[in-house]
Write a protein that binds this ligand. Structure first.
Ligand code: SAH
Length: 230
């Protein structure tokens, strides 16, 4: 295998300095060329440890936040993982290297389409994508071993909670979904473990994610994996 890009090695070193210790997570990030997921004008910043704008007014998350979320999910190669908010597809690609299959839902048709193209170009074949409303989860594929929200919610909808297996882990930015400015937004990346009797919650780090928005914009609806259209 070719040597990783030196910028990726540098990124991984900075993540280690920030406290990411899970070798498998660091290695998954090292094997995921982030420049493929950012738009051309931001290519120079692809390996900076910052969030960047993508199409449709959305953002590709900061690598540190991707690393914390992925580490918190405690994945293994047998797991099926639901991601809400495909966006650029970067987070899904990192997840795909650590589990059996990722199911990722995105409400913007063009983001959904571009992410699918990127997975194909990178020869990643264990991500199924769906154009739809992530507030509904992906009931036809449930239950999942893990669920990750990459857009902020005030609370996790019950229909999605029900799609997690007992013993499963859900990670989500929970808190404000609007505010007069970014600085005033308060969200916590939260880990929720489904126990036999209820939920155990743990706050991880403060974050600023774009909000989950209901429904899908009026665009064409389709899926990449041939599953049923809604
Ligand atoms: N995981 C992405 C970043 C996601 S940004 C990455 O790695 O690049 C949040 C994404 O959630 C945006 O693409 C936004 O369009 C999407 N989103 C917002 N509300 C949604 C909803 N109700 N259902 C599905 N996706 C949603």
């Amino acid at each position: 295998m070719a040597e990783p890009d030196p910028r990726l090695i540098e990124l991984v070193m900075s993540l280690r300095k920030q406290g990411i210790t899970d070798f498998k997570v660091l290695s998954a990030i090292e094997r995921t060329p982030r420049e493929v997921f950012v738009d051309a004008p931001f290519a120079h910043a692809a390996y900076d440890n910052t969030a960047l704008p993508i199409a449709c007014g959305q953002t590709i998350s900061q690598p540190y936040v991707v690393a914390v979320s992925t580490e918190a999910l405690d994945l293994d190669e047998k797991m099926r993982v639901l991601e809400i908010g495909t966006g650029s597809g970067y987070q899904a690609s990192v997840l795909s290297r650590l589990c059996r299959r990722v199911y990722s839902v995105e409400r913007h048709w063009s983001l959904h389409l571009d992410a699918g193209r990127r997975f194909k170009a990178l020869k990643i074949d264990n991500i199924s994508t769906r154009h739809g409303d992530g507030f509904l989860g992906w009931p036809e594929q449930a239950p999942f071993d893990r669920i990750l929200f990459t857009a902020a919610v005030r609370e996790i909808p019950d229909v999605v909670l029900e799609q997690l297996k007992p013993g499963g882990i859900l990670v989500a930015p929970i808190g404000d979904v609007a505010g007069p400015d970014l600085e005033s937004i308060s969200q916590l990346l939260t880990k929720m473990i489904r126990t036999e009797t209820g939920w155990k919650k743990e706050a991880l780090i403060p974050v600023v994610f774009v909000p989950m928005l209901p429904g899908v914009p009026l665009e064409k609806r389709e899926t990449h994996d041939g599953s049923e259209q809604r």
